[in-house]
Design a protein around this ligand. Sequence first.
Ligand code: HSE
Length: 409
Amino acid sequence: MVNIAILGFGTVGSGVYEVVTKNNEVITRKAGMEINVKYVLDLREFPEHEVNKVLTHNIDDILNDDSVQVVVEVMGGVDVPYQFVKGALEKGKHVVTSNKALVAAKGPELLHIAKQKNVNFLFEASVGGGIPILRSMNRSLTADVILEVMGILNGTTNYILTEMTENDLAFDDVLKTAQELGYAEKDPTADVEGYDACRKIAILSSLAYGKTANFEEILTEGITKITKTDICYAKKCKSVIKLVGVSKNSPEGISAFVAPMLLPKNHPLSNVNGSFNAIFVKGNMVGDLMFYGRGAGSLPTASAVVSDVIAAARHKHLHVDVDWTAEKMEILSNDHMEVKALVRIAGGEAEQKKALALFKNGEIITINEAKDEFAVITGIETEKTLSEKIEQLSKDMEVRNRIRMEASE
Ligand code: HSE
């Protein structure tokens, strides 16, 4: 038998308890032993729930109990979980977490402690919820040089963009409904500003290339500026707008960003809708791979957490190496990143001429829903020249928005 302690009985923590209880038989078979929830740590009481019997408010009960072999951290935040996780690893306990903020900020340090103590620090659920992407990167895609990772990594924003596209709704209205239905957090900043996806692409990049990607260096734009008019242009271009996290490994170096992008309808990520996530990976030998599934939610995320608990139980006395060192990853300046963009500009023929004089390979498109403006689809530009040209245009006309597109002709 392996005793576990769950830190946090919120959405994911209660899901972990449910998965362990409901799937007890199959989990016991696959782990080769029974998984027993010995403690649940939370500040609250749960008088109506059987978990109350194993509830503690004191982390030391868990850290000082040598019979607890696996600690599951599903609290959220960074500082307190960091102390608890570090404490557990130092006591020789395996740790499983779904906390992407913790992994992105402290991953290499915690992996190092785990290695020293001959235990495992596992975090499958921190990216892509129930999608088994990290184990695939770390254990299966070991024969390849990873050339590219591109993903829809945030369920909340994908739900919002899907609703805006399918039901012709404005960002604020969908966000409000999503909050009422409990899909979006009361404070949605981390999701809608792209911070959540940024941490996830940082973790994926670190695992793909073996060094530590500093998420603070990754260009990050959210979806708060996407309007109904942008969606109309996307439809006119037979494309959809998706918030994507991208990291590319080219001969020049590694580039990474998170931003809304126009993807053509035949792009593998364009049909990933609602709260689903998908991650596209390109290896130099295996070619293109796609991973698709529920990137958020109690049970899908808990499924990934419990699969890590089972892995820890199977390797109770063995540290399994993760190819992620503390060495800093050099991320190329975005100035040199090649992009195309759809640039929306107020005005008519005179402004179109000026815009085309600057974007020489540009193409003008117009939509019936906004007759006082047009858009230029630029040729391939670097981020730097794109910004410079937009700045120049802004001097004598109103540039309303710009949305990146894939830079392939
Ligand atoms: N807020 C995240 C999302 C949850 O919407 O995808 C999973 O990390």
